[in-house]
Design a protein around this ligand. Structure first.
Ligand code: AMP
Length: 577
């Protein structure tokens, strides 16, 4: 197939790109040379939160708005760097009063509200490990994550706390629940606002080592429980450099990173990297709505916009005419992540906003962008781009041997780089399993072309990406079999033109239950309520049995091949079907 290329023109740039010559920089770059782009305390210590907020609060940017916040009902708030410094200091003092220990986890289960940002930054300042839980999680999803983390502290609101209380008995270590919008009603609850009122705005920020743990995010693989991916304070260097060179953020920019802080993009760029540059961020607590999104882009005069293919496809569906109703003339740089960005949404961007979307690739475990399209580089539509300076990427076979160009294989990165995870929480063997023959194996299949551009092919495992969110099939299967009618379940990602993939479940019913539309609805709602609002099956099909290996593992690729009408492939290990 012929590659379509978008050649950059001088007129594409309203500001000179921060990175002007990719090839030259790639050849000469070292992380050590750029080390001083972030601020260090004496003795090689640092703190992410200091770099994101305080260093600007102590500069002439102190009164600059760091966060413009708005919600669906139209409430608005603004926080300067100075205010965020004070508020996060206050939260760090609250944690100290509660006797937080070095590297103790503080989980935040909140909608996208200012308290989320304040609690996250304050935890880092106090030397704790901040973790976010996406607001759509239900009791079972929370139970797994909170029990693995062993967290003593949780910050939440009254509404979401109800889901936590459904499983609280199974979380003996969870001692303190800080409620942001209500008075304490249960033992162990703490009034967040009341504590903040009396807390000092001064705080001596914890000086952390590069590899001291800073934040933990759960993500899903193919099997087993979700994994706690832990990142160190040094991740800020890569988040800063990529915000600067990939997202091309200048400190005059107003950025909108549409990802929720429950996921890694919402943390690394919806907070840390972008703030580290000194840019203003906007945060919108509301559902997707094309007109509302354009209104926000217009009102806040957004200049850098980092979003995801599903959102772009939905905007394309809403039509170019809608885009034309708004003044989007401040937009100057567009980027996308999370799923393959095929040529069509890029073409839409060019028509609707007169700008190309720049695809980039990374994942929770690697904490910052690793492969990207850069402002100074021509775009081959559909390619993820080239490795970031300081990142060595390659395609390797299953033994870890490098493969020639234009050959499909496993996308691999050479460790170590600043934002690569430090560990998988309490699972050192799992952490080790990511590495083979000196490579970090990403779990994605890809190839590299003769010009060094990387092209995504698919996941090497059964992990599902639905609307850009990563869902482990095992977790959904486990939730399904909790339903009284379901004896067994197999779950796959089914290609979908809008959402990339949707979750499809194949269920075997228990004796006495019969297929019906009402039962499909009931099972689907059951998973939505218990596991998560974003991880329930949109399609359910009843089957008599599931294809399994002799050792009892579900062969999801057989389910997927059948669903898509593709050849089933090697079935030598198949037990029955
Ligand atoms: P997460 O850890 O949830 O951020 O998901 C990471 C996974 O999303 C990657 O391993 C890929 O499978 C997929 N992904 C992320 N960015 C891209 C991209 N630009 N193109 C294709 N797939 C992507």
């Amino acid at each position: 197939m012929k590659t379509e290329t978008y050649n950059k023109k001088k007129s594409d740039f309203r500001l000179t790109p921060n990175l002007e010559d990719y090839e030259k920089t790639y050849k000469t770059f070292s992380w050590d040379q750029t080390k001083n782009e972030v601020d260090w305390f004496p003795k090689n210590k640092l703190n992410i939160a200091y770099n994101a907020i305080d260093r600007h609060a102590e500069s002439d940017k102190k009164n600059k708005v760091a966060l413009y916040w708005e919600n669906e009902s139209g409430e608005k708030q603004e926080y300067t760097f100075w205010q965020l410094k004070d508020l996060s200091n206050q939260f760090a003092n609250v944690l100290d009063k509660l006797k937080i220990k070095h590297s103790e986890r503080v989980f935040i289960f909140l909608p996208r509200i200012p308290e989320l940002y304040i609690a996250f930054l304050g935890t880092l300042k106090a030397g704790g490990v901040a973790g976010t839980l996406f607001q759509a999680f239900g009791p079972t999803g929370l139970l797994d994550r909170l029990s693995i983390s062993g967290a003593r502290f949780l910050v939440t609101n009254r509404e979401l706390a109800k889901r936590v209380y459904e499983v609280k008995k199974k979380l003996p270590h969870l001692e303190k629940i800080l409620i942001v919008d209500d008075k304490p009603r249960h033992s162990g609850e703490i009034d967040f606002q009341e504590e903040m009122k009396t807390a000092d705005t001064k705080y001596k920020i914890a000086h952390m080592d590069k590899d001291d743990y800073a934040f933990e995010l759960f993500t899903s693989g193919t099997t087993g429980k979700p994994k706690g991916v832990v990142h160190g304070h040094y991740a800020i260097l890569q988040e800063h450099m990529t915000a600067k060179w990939v997202l091309d953020i200048h400190d005059s920019d107003i950025c909108w990173v549409t990802a929720d802080p429950g996921w890694v993009t919402g943390i690394a760029y919806g907070m840390l990297g972008s703030w580290s540059i000194g840019a203003s961020l906007i945060s919108y607590d509301g559902r997707f709505d094309a007109a509302k999104w354009y209104e926000l882009l217009q009102k806040y005069q957004v200049s850098v916009w980092y979003t995801a293919p599903t959102a772009i496809r939905m905007l394309a569906k809403a039509g170019i005419q809608l885009a034309k109703k708004y003044d989007l003339s401040n937009l100057r740089y567009l980027a996308s992540v999370g799923e393959p960005l095929n040529p069509e949404p890029i073409r839409f961007g060019l028509k609707a906003y007169k700008l190309p979307f720049h695809d980039n690739w990374w994942q929770t475990e690697i904490g910052g962008i690793c492969i990207a399209n850069y402002p100074c580089m021509d775009i081959k539509l559909g390619s993820m781009g080239k490795p970031f300076p300081g990142i060595i990427a390659s395609i390797v076979d299953d033994k870890g041997e490098e493969l020639p160009t234009n050959t499909e294989g496993n996308l691999a990165l050479k460790p170590k780089f600043p934002s690569l995870m430090e560990t998988i929480w309490r699972r050192p063997q799992k952490f080790k399993s990511y590495f083979k023959k000196g490579w970090y194996i990403t779990g994605d299949r890809a190839y590299k072309d003769k010009d060094g551009y990387f092209w995504f092919i698919g996941r090497a495992d059964d992990v599902i990406k639905t609307a850009g969110e990563r869902v482990g099939p095992f977790e959904v299967e486990s939730a399904l079999i909790e339903h009284p009618a379901v004896a067994d379940a197999g779950v796959i990602g089914k290609p979908d033109p809008d959402r990339g993939e949707i979750i499809k479940a194949f269920c075997v019913l228990r004796l006495g239950f019969h297929p019906s539309q009402a039962l499909i609805e009931d099972i689907s709602q059951f998973v939505k309520k218990n596991l998560a609002g974003h991880a329930y099956p949109k399609e359910i099909e009843f089957v008599d049995s599931l294809p399994k290996t002799r050792s009892g593992k579900i062969m999801r690729r057989v389910l997927k091949a059948k669903e898509l009408g593709l050849p089933i492939g090697d079935t030598s290990t198949l037990e029955e079907y």
